[in-house]
Design a protein around this ligand. Structure first.
Ligand SMILES: NC(=O)c1ccc[n+]([C@@H]2O[C@H](COP(=O)([O-])OP(=O)(O)OC[C@H]3O[C@@H](n4cnc5c(N)ncnc54)[C@H](OP(=O)(O)O)[C@@H]3O)[C@@H](O)[C@H]2O)c1
Length: 256
């Protein structure tokens, strides 16, 4: 049984992927505010405010996580030099709102390389570099969009569904008694969701999302999902029989 999930002061070092914008950046800010050391990974540091970049507790690591050769060596190096990382938040992801009528295999590759395979690579490197125990926290960023198939989510949805299954699999073994968290947010206002042309229900700011995640990540429980009631509506969709579910999605989303 996990107890006292919040680590001691000397162990407060977090590894966050997708740290340059949106939820990942907001998480970096939240952890810095809480007195942690933060290692943030992304491709483009220019999006990060100078105040954060100058913070001695923040280290930016430039890497393209979809370039597996390079990221293997970069992440290995980070892990070798930072054996006291306590929390891993695998957050980086891309959102390409392709539907069946306009998707491309190229976009499918980009989505799965970034959203799924890069996570497997990072997990392998975590396993090789750390003697994982109940002191460690591993959080995987999925989405409520992974609960069930949605219109215009031919690539993103399945990539996030894979992550839900992956986190469930790790949790179901949990031979190391790790604190494992699956994070499934609804809509958060970030550069990724700017492409949406529809009104996003219960849209939340990244800082609010990061606050909720930090508040729940060291508490008991497996899934962190918000905002209520959007997450409950999406969960309800999960258990609806297909006939009713598709009646709803076709009516609500598909008609132009
Ligand atoms: N926003 C939402 O409504 C929402 C809802 C549920 C789940 N999520 C999930 O939350 C996570 C963060 O998304 P966000 O909404 O905050 O979007 P965002 O602002 O676009 O952030 C995505 C982050 O991932 C990084 N990234 C993307 N591709 C990368 C690559 N190849 N290598 C390294 N870093 C890469 C980006 O940095 P660079 O571009 O600088 O590399 C950026 O820091 C994603 O996994 C997303 O699926 C978002």
């Amino acid at each position: 049984m996990q107890k006292n999930l919040l680590p001691n002061t000397q162990d407060k070092k977090v590894f966050i992927t997708g740290a340059s914008s949106g939820i990942g950046y907001a998480l970096c800010e939240e952890y810095l505010k809480q007195g942690w050391s933060v290692i943030g990974l992304a491709r483009d540091s220019s999006k990060i405010p100078d105040t954060t970049k100058k913070n001695n507790n923040f280290k930016f690591v430039k890497v393209d996580l979809s370039d597996f050769e390079v990221s293997k060596s970069v992440i290995n190096d980070v892990f070798k030099k930072n054996k006291n990382i306590n929390t891993f938040i695998l957050n980086a992801g891309i959102y390409l709102p392709d539907g069946f009528d306009n998707f491309s295999f190229e976009n499918a590759k980009k989505t799965f390389n970034t959203n799924v395979l890069s996570i497997y690579l990072t997990l392998e490197l975590i396993n090789k570099n750390f003697k994982l125990s109940s002191k460690h926290t591993l959080a995987i960023m999925s989405s409520t969009a992974g609960y069930k198939g949605l219109p215009k989510s031919l690539l993103y949805g399945p990539s996030k569904a894979a992550l839900i299954n992956l986190a469930e699999s790790i949790k179901s073994e949990n031979s190391n008694d790790l604190n494992i968290k699956l994070i499934c947010p609804g809509f958060v206002e970030t550069p990724a969701t700017k492409v949406n042309t529809f009104k996003m229900p219960f849209l939340m700011s990244p800082s609010k999302a990061a606050g909720i995640i930090f508040d729940k990540i060291y508490k008991k429980g497996f899934e962190i999902t918000f905002p209520f009631p959007f997450n409950s509506i999406m969960k309800f969709g999960k258990i609806l029989p297909y006939k009713l579910y598709f009646k709803f999605t076709e009516k609500k989303f598909s008609k132009k």
